[in-house]
Design a protein around this ligand. Structure first.
Ligand code: SAH
Ligand code: SF4
Length: 359
């Protein structure tokens, strides 16, 4: 942040905000009023907070900004999926994808710029890690999508499956989840309708499931240590055995299952023997498996398996009584599907915020 920039009010924790209000001699209940304006009404200026005294509105305006994201590009797919390229204040960019369905409006959001985990098949992984998003930047993706939906609908479901590893940005992600879930002043999204996907960071997964009841998705992608190690470098730190042990012992509410994601890579992990190994691995774990046929992207050596191979893989799991879905790619004509999100470094050149930041 530059010296003359004001902090983003949405990045403050509850404690920090309480301290601020005390310092400016305001009652504590103002916090809730202000958050309602920010997260329920989506206001973009303090002047709009009409139930606050004028002096407080001015005070807030001189202390904070209401940080927004620049919409650098909005790309709509034939199936209605919308991909946003958002510019951040420091000129970096991230992507979010809105997926409309008749009875729900889902957004897939990013938690980091780039990602450090370098999974072999993932476009974001190729970028490497740039930085963590702040809580305000994570939540703002939802607010900005809500502002831009024309038919008055609001985002009802959130998946943390965009760019980055949410559990490697644990504190900011957790604060963002609190804002999404909060009923009195937040986005009022039920935790059941929020899915967090992790590459498999065991200690953070345990902590998350103690602290929240969001739906957990785990990126598995292979049923043996050897293959998972080749596809996902994280397996050297937290092995498949450790990860599955952790899953077995999570404090899950009754009837709740863990979603396991399995990207099907043609000729790599898509044989019936791989499917059988997956069934053995998940025996006794309350699971639901999402099969994701690989989404191709430039610079990748992998390919999507033939439909027949996908069906055969599915059938093995189904016959073993696993709950299993094949994830239909949405928005892949605009590279908005899983693992195709890359930000656009070239686009940064045209990002007005980037130009401002570099002046
Ligand atoms: N870092 C987290 C969340 C973001 S990735 C994670 O890895 O789980 C979201 C999902 O998309 C993960 O399951 C990831 O493995 C999958 N994915 C990545 N690249 C993909 C690709 N090219 N095709 C299909 N799925 C992909
Ligand atoms: Fe990072 Fe997830 Fe991509 Fe792996 S799949 S590189 S963890 S974003």
């Amino acid at each position: 942040m530059k010296a003359d920039e004001k902090p983003n009010i949405k990045d403050l924790s509850a404690g920090e905000f309480a301290d601020y209000l005390a310092a400016v001699k305001q009652p504590a209940y103002r916090a809730k009023q202000i958050w309602q304006w920010l997260f329920r009404e989506h206001v973009t200026e303090f002047a709009a907070m009409t139930n606050l005294p004028a002096a407080l509105r001015q005070q807030l305006d001189s202390s904070f900004s209401i940080g927004r994201l620049a919409i650098l590009r909005r790309h709509e797919s034939q199936d209605g999926t919308v991909k946003f390229l958002f510019g951040l204040a420091d000129g970096k960019s991230i992507e979010s994808v809105v997926i409309p369905e008749p009875n729900r409006l889902t957004i897939c959001i990013s938690t980091q710029v780039g990602c450090a985990y370098g999974c072999a098949f993932c476009a974001t992984g190729l970028l490497g890690f740039k930085r963590n998003l702040t809580c305000g930047e994570i939540v703002e993706q939802i607010l900005e999508a809500n502002r831009s939906v024309s038919d008055g609908r609001r985002i009802s479901n959130v998946v943390l499956m965009g760019m980055g590893e949410p559990l490697a940005n644990y504190d900011q992600t957790l604060r963002a989840l609190e804002i999404m879930i909060e009923q009195a002043w937040g986005l009022q999204i039920s935790p059941r309708k929020i899915t967090l996907s992790s590459v498999g960071l065991v200690p953070q997964i345990q902590k998350l499931m103690e602290q929240t009841n969001v739906t957990l998705a785990i990126s598995l992608h292979a049923a043996s240590e050897e293959l998972r190690g080749r596809l996902m470098p994280v397996n050297r730190k937290y092995s498949l055995t450790e990860l599955i042990d952790c899953c077995r012992n999570l404090p899950l509410p009754r009837r709740k299952r863990i979603t396991f994601e399995y990207v099907l890579l043609g000729g790599v992990n898509d044989s019936t023997a791989d499917a059988q190994a997956l069934c053995r691995l998940l025996r006794g774990v309350p699971s639901k498996v999402n099969l994701i046929p690989f989404n191709p992207h430039p610079g990748s050596e992998f390919h999507r398996p033939a439909d027949a191979a996908v069906k055969e893989f599915y059938q093995v799991l189904y016959d073993h009584k696993l709950q299993v879905n094949i994830r239909r790619p949405r928005g892949d004509d605009i590279a908005a599907a899983c693992g195709q999100l890359q930000g656009q470094s070239q686009a940064e050149l045209g990002n007005p915020l980037a130009q401002a930041a570099s002046n």
